[in-house]
Design a protein around this ligand. Structure first.
Ligand SMILES: Nc1nc2c(ncn2[C@@H]2O[C@H](COP(=O)(O)OP(=O)(O)OP(=O)(O)O)[C@@H](O)[C@H]2O)c(=O)[nH]1
Ligand SMILES: *[C@@H]1O[C@H](CO)[C@@H](O)[C@H](O)[C@H]1NC(C)=O
Ligand SMILES: *[C@@H]1O[C@H](CO)[C@@H](O)[C@H](O)[C@H]1NC(C)=O
Ligand SMILES: *[C@@H]1O[C@H](CO)[C@@H](O)[C@H](O)[C@H]1NC(C)=O
Ligand SMILES: *[C@@H]1O[C@H](CO)[C@@H](O)[C@H](O)[C@H]1NC(C)=O
Ligand SMILES: [Mg+2]
Length: 428
C-alpha cells in the first residue's frame, strides 16, 4: 500500500519535476542568450561612445557633405578623418538678447539651452539690451546662468521710440486698420519699435562697439543639438557676414509697400552697390517652381516674400555698421513703413544682406538644430543627429526645412547652392 502510494505520488509529481527541470534549463539558456545580447549592446554602445566622444569635440566635419540628402545607413560606420579635441580661442563676439524683464523665465530657458549645447565650452559674453532698465532679479538670474560675462545696456529712447516725423493721426488710423484686419501684432506699438530697432539700431549700441560678431538669441528658444564647431570661427575663417538656420515666407499684409521702397533704393543706388547678378537678388525674386512647390502665396510685387528668420542670426557687426547698410536702412526708414505698416526686421535684414552681400557671404548653418515657436530645424542625417546628441527628429511636424512654407530650397536654388562645409577647410 505504502509502495503503491509512493509510486502514485511519483507518478503525479514526475511530470511536474520534469517541467520544473525543463523550465530551469530553459531559464539558464535564456539568461545566457540575454547575456550575449547584453554583451552585444554593451559592445555597440561602447563603440558609439568612443566614436562620438572623440568626434563630439571636433570643430569641423572635414569631408562630410552636410546637405539634406546626406543619410548614413549605419551610424556606427560613420567616420571622420580628423577630429580635434581642441577648443579654439574665443572670437571677437558676443551673444545678444533684446528682452523684457517679464521674459526672464524664457530668457533663462534659452540661455540654459545655448550654454549646454555650445557656450559652456567657450564662455562668450552675454549682452542684454532693453528699452527700460533691467530689474535686479533679471540681472541676478541671467548673470548666474551665463558661463561668460553678462552685461546689460539700456537702449537710448531716440533709438527705440517713434521718430517725431511720424504722422500720429495716420499712425493711429493704420494701427486700428491692421488690428481690425487681424494682422499679427498689427495693433502693437512696442512691436513696431522692436522691429525698427532690430532693423537699424541694435548694432549702433555702444556696448557692441567692442565686438565683430553677434549671435542673436530670443527668449523661449531651444537649440536641439551640440554645436559641432564655433559658428563665430566659421564666420571669420570663411569670410561669412550673415548666418541663418530657417528661411520662410513673410506675411505680405505686414509689408505691402516694402518692396516698392526697395526698388526706389535700387534705382537710386544702382552702380554703387553689387550688381544684381552678383548678389543674392535672385533669391528674393525668383518665383519659379522649386521641387514640387511654387511659392505658397502669390506675392503682389517682385519680392517672393522669402526671408531669413531673424530670431536666430549670427552676423558681422561691421557689415551692419557700414555705410551701405546704413544707407539701405535709412532709405526704408524714411518711408514710415515700420509704423504705418509693420515691417519686420527679418525681411529688412534679409533684403539688406541679399542685396549687399555675395551669396557665399551668407551661410546656412545646416547642422545646428533650433526651435522658435512654431518652427524648427533639425539635421536630416541620422548620424549627425547621433553625433551631436540632437533632441529632435527631422520629420517632426514643426521642422520646416523642406516643407512647402520653407524658403530653404529657394536658397539652395537661387542663393549659395546646397552645401555649406563641403569645401576643404582652410589650414590654420
Ligand atoms: N526690451 C524689449 N524687448 C522686446 C520688446 N518687444 C519684443 N522684445 C524682444 O524682441 C524679440 C522679438 O520679440 P518677440 O515677441 O519674440 O517677437 P516674435 O519672435 O516676432 O514673436 P513671438 O516670439 O512669436 O512672440 C524678443 O527677444 C523679445 O524679447 C519690448 O517692448 N522691449
Ligand atoms: C558597416 O560596417 C560593417 C562591419 O565593418 C559592415 O559589414 C557593413 O557593411 C557596414 N555598413 C555600411 C552601410 O557601410
Ligand atoms: C497726417 O495724416 C492725416 C490722416 O491721414 C492726414 O489727414 C494729414 O494731412 C496728415 N498730416 C500731415 C502733416 O501730413
Ligand atoms: C574686436 O572688434 C572691435 C570692433 O570691430 C575692434 O574694435 C576690436 O579691436 C576687436 N578686438 C580684437 C581683440 O580684435
Ligand atoms: C533661379 O535659379 C534658376 C535655376 O538656376 C534659374 O533658372 C532662374 O532664372 C533663377 N531665378 C532668377 C530670378 O534669377
Ligand atoms: Mg520671438
Amino acid at each position: 500500500m505504502a509502495k503503491r502510494g509512493s509510486l502514485y505520488v511519483l507518478g503525479i509529481f514526475l511530470p511536474i519535476w520534469t517541467l520544473l527541470i525543463y523550465i530551469f534549463c530553459k531559464e539558464l539558456l535564456l539568461i545566457r542568450k540575454y547575456q550575449n545580447i547584453d554583451n552585444s549592446y554593451t559592445i555597440d554602445s561602447q563603440k558609439a561612445k568612443e566614436k562620438y566622444d572623440s568626434s563630439r569635440r571636433r570643430h569641423y566635419f572635414p569631408h562630410l557633405k552636410l546637405s539634406r540628402n546626406s543619410y548614413d545607413e549605419n551610424a556606427l560606420n560613420y567616420t571622420r578623418q580628423d577630429d580635434f579635441n581642441h577648443v579654439y580661442p574665443r572670437e571677437n563676439a558676443t551673444i545678444l538678447m533684446l528682452v523684457r524683464n517679464s521674459e526672464l523665465e524664457g530668457a533663462l530657458d534659452s540661455m540654459r539651452s545655448l550654454e549646454d549645447r555650445f557656450n559652456n565650452k567657450y564662455h562668450y559674453d552675454w549682452t542684454f539690451l532693453n528699452d527700460v532698465p533691467f530689474d535686479q532679479d533679471f540681472i541676478e538670474a541671467t548673470t548666474a546662468m551665463a558661463s561668460g560675462k553678462a552685461q546689460y545696456a539700456l537702449i537710448p529712447p531716440e533709438d527705440w521710440n517713434r521718430p517725431t516725423w511720424i504722422n500720429e493721426t495716420f499712425f493711429e488710423e493704420r494701427l486700428r486698420e491692421m488690428e481690425d484686419d487681424g494682422v499679427l501684432y498689427g495693433g502693437s506699438k512696442s512691436y513696431r519699435n522692436m522691429c525698427r530697432f532690430n532693423s537699424g539700431f541694435f548694432f549702433k549700441q555702444s556696448i557692441l562697439d567692442d565686438y565683430d560678431y553677434y549671435f542673436r538669441v530670443e527668449p523661449n528658444v531651444k537649440y536641439y543639438c551640440d554645436f559641432p564647431y564655433d559658428p563665430f570661427r566659421i564666420m571669420r575663417l570663411k569670410g561669412k557676414k550673415y548666418g541663418f538656420v530657417i528661411s520662410l515666407y513673410e506675411y505680405e499684409e505686414t509689408i505691402p509697400t516694402l518692396w516698392d521702397a526697395v526698388e526706389k533704393y535700387l534705382e537710386t543706388n544702382e552702380g554703387t552697390i553689387l550688381p544684381k547678378e552678383e548678389s543674392a537678388y535672385a533669391f528674393l525674386t525668383d518665383s519659379g517652381l522649386v521641387g514640387k512647390h511654387y511659392p505658397i502665396i502669390e506675392a503682389n510685387s517682385n519680392y517672393n516674400l522669402c526671408h531669413f528668420w531673424s530670431n536666430f542670426e549670427i552676423g558681422d557687426l561691421n557689415f551692419f555698421r557700414g555705410d551701405e547698410y546704413k544707407k539701405f536702412f535709412e532709405s526704408l526708414d524714411i518711408k514710415g513703413g515700420f509704423y504705418y505698416e509693420r515691417w519686420g526686421d527679418a525681411p529688412v535684414h534679409s533684403i539688406g544682406v541679399s542685396l549687399l552681400l555675395k551669396p557665399d557671404e551668407i551661410i546656412h548653418f545646416d547642422e545646428l538644430g533650433y526651435f522658435h515657436s512654431p518652427f524648427g530645424t533639425c539635421p536630416a542625417s541620422y548620424a549627425v543627429r547621433l553625433d551631436q546628441r540632437c533632441r529632435c527628429q527631422s520629420d517632426d511636424e514643426s521642422v520646416i526645412d523642406i516643407a512647402p512654407h520653407s524658403c530653404l530650397m529657394r536658397w539652395w536654388k537661387n542663393g549659395s547652392g546646397k552645401y555649406f562645409l563641403k569645401e576643404e577647410q582652410p589650414q590654420v
